[in-house]
Design a protein around this ligand. Sequence first.
Ligand code: DX5
Ligand code: ZN
Length: 219
Amino acid sequence: MKHLIAPSVLSADFANLQKDIEMINRSEADWFHIDIMDGVFVPNISFGFPVLKAIQKYAEKPLDVHLMIVDPDRYLQDFKLAGAENITVHIEACTHLHRTLSAIRDLGCKAGVAVNPHTPVSLLEDIIEDMDVVCLMSVNPGFGGQKFIENTYKKIRELRSMASGRNDGLLIEIDGGVSNQNALKLLQAGADVLVAGNAVFSAADPVLEIAALKNLNPD
Ligand code: DX5
Ligand code: ZN
């Protein structure tokens, strides 16, 4: 499968969101990556339902919603109604992860699990069949524009081998500090989806930057 590119809307111009959404629509991007932060699970607050609904109005590609919030179960249905196709919850925020992932799938969404940099992927061992996406955080969540954590490559390889034969369709998504400097190596390690915020939106031509990431060839 060709890898997917998910520009992170967190780095967009919020005073002119429609323009950036339309840029992503006409680019080679595959998903919109949407970061929801509650100021409790992470030390930052991003945006909530009114903004998400505004994004949904213009977005022509799937919304990949990354919930950096405590007790995500309370809001799953609301995120579905706000247009989420993928809902990703943090393993560190879920006491009953199996129940949460089942609830996401019951809504007809792809179920994702995000894993902080300090959390070993081995914690997914007994539940690897029950998710569609694993989002490996390659920075500490909360902010765009941070430095990529190198240990991520090892986690991709571990996860790929854990999923092999048990969940071969699992999408491994990398979130944080992804750029043209590390994207090829991430794909070669086994990544399927690259999230990119700062790298895309600080580029002179974001559409070209997305194309450059999309057209990398790991083989
Ligand atoms: C970080 C977010 C990321 C962020 C990535 O907490 O989950 O999605 O927007 O931004 P960059 O690519 O700038 O690190
Ligand atoms: Zn994210």
